[in-house]
Design a protein around this ligand. Structure first.
Ligand SMILES: O=P(O)(O)OC[C@H]1C[C@H](OP(=O)(O)OP(=O)(O)O)[C@H](O)[C@@H]1O
Length: 271
């Protein structure tokens, strides 16, 4: 049964948004709506223009019989900055400062809309790179990793600081926790990563950098490649950070432990 253009546009848009970085052929859409490929091409032209105008990202067109379209989520830096500036205000609220220079983030990282936006912002930076997996460490990094993995359409893997028999055999590394100068251990199931994978590391917070440095070491153990490091927020750190190449969305620029206030500004993602 033939479907009208207005209905096709709604359903096609939703399908594309729900299947980022996925090649979808014209015959698939033609069959789905009982329409000619020429009509589908026109529909996709309208969606392509609208996605760009609405800062959703872009539709890659791949020519030929095995061709089709692929939706690439990509948020402009100005839209990303607008969202992050709003988050800076929320993070600067009183009573978020925790002992040791940590900041309470769990309420923010439990908000689906915020996670969707943060996932899209981080994925935007890597939309034109080959990423095979997103890696994070349990626990607070997991919702961010899931959001980024969704927008890149790749799996995410969870590193653990505690051994679980349900993870099967694992690879482990010892690392110096930058904040506490303690030797700690983290491990990842051997089944998680194929050798030669390009891995994007994400986490919720970075202080001394020991945790992300540990994940960097794990990636080496899996004979894989570190594609980048993205943290939602970084704190000021007086010591020498164990990692120097990373991006942060927010930066805790100043901490006043007397008044228990913090000043949070956009991170180096925007520099
Ligand atoms: O840069 P570093 O000095 O290594 O610190 C950043 C770590 C510490 C904290 O995790 P925890 O709160 O310890 O663990 P969880 O995420 O499980 O709450 C945060 O989520 C990062 O993973």
């Amino acid at each position: 049964m033939k479907v009208r253009r207005s209905e096709r546009l709604v359903d096609m848009t939703q399908y594309l948004l729900e299947h980022p970085h996925t090649l979808i052929t014209l015959p698939f859409f033609a069959k789905r709506y009982g329409s000619a490929k020429s009509s589908i091409s026109e529909d996709l032209g309208i969606i392509k223009k609208t996605f760009i105008a609405r800062d959703k990202g872009f539709l890659e067109t791949l020519p030929g019989a095995a061709g089709g379209v692929r939706f690439i989520p990509k948020m402009s830096e100005s839209s990303a900055l607008e969202i992050v500036e709003e988050l800076c205000k929320r993070l600067s609220e009183k009573d978020r400062l925790l002992p040791g220079g940590y900041v309470y983030l769990s309420d923010l990282l439990g908000e689906p809309e915020l996670l969707r936006q943060v996932g899209q912002i981080i994925a935007s930076k890597y939309s034109d790179q080959k990423i095979d997996a997103v890696m994070t460490v349990a626990t607070k990094g997991v919702p961010i990793a899931q959001a980024v993995a969704y927008h890149l359409n790749v799996p995410f893997v969870i590193v653990r600081r505690d051994s679980k028999i349900t993870e099967g055999s694992t690879v482990s590394v010892n690392y110096v926790s930058g904040s506490s100068e303690r030797i700690e251990k983290m491990e990842l199931s051997k089944r998680s990563l194929k050798r030669g994978s390009r891995v994007l590391v994400v986490d919720d917070f970075m202080k001394g950098g020991g945790t992300v440095n540990g994940m960097k070491g794990l990636i080496e153990e899996f004979e894989s490649e570190l594609a980048g490091i993205m943290v939602f927020a970084e704190s000021t750190f007086s010591g020498r950070r164990m990692i120097d190449s990373y991006d942060s969305l927010l930066c805790v620029e100043a901490v006043d432990s007397q008044t228990k206030t913090i000043k949070v500004v956009p991170g180096n993602y925007f520099k």
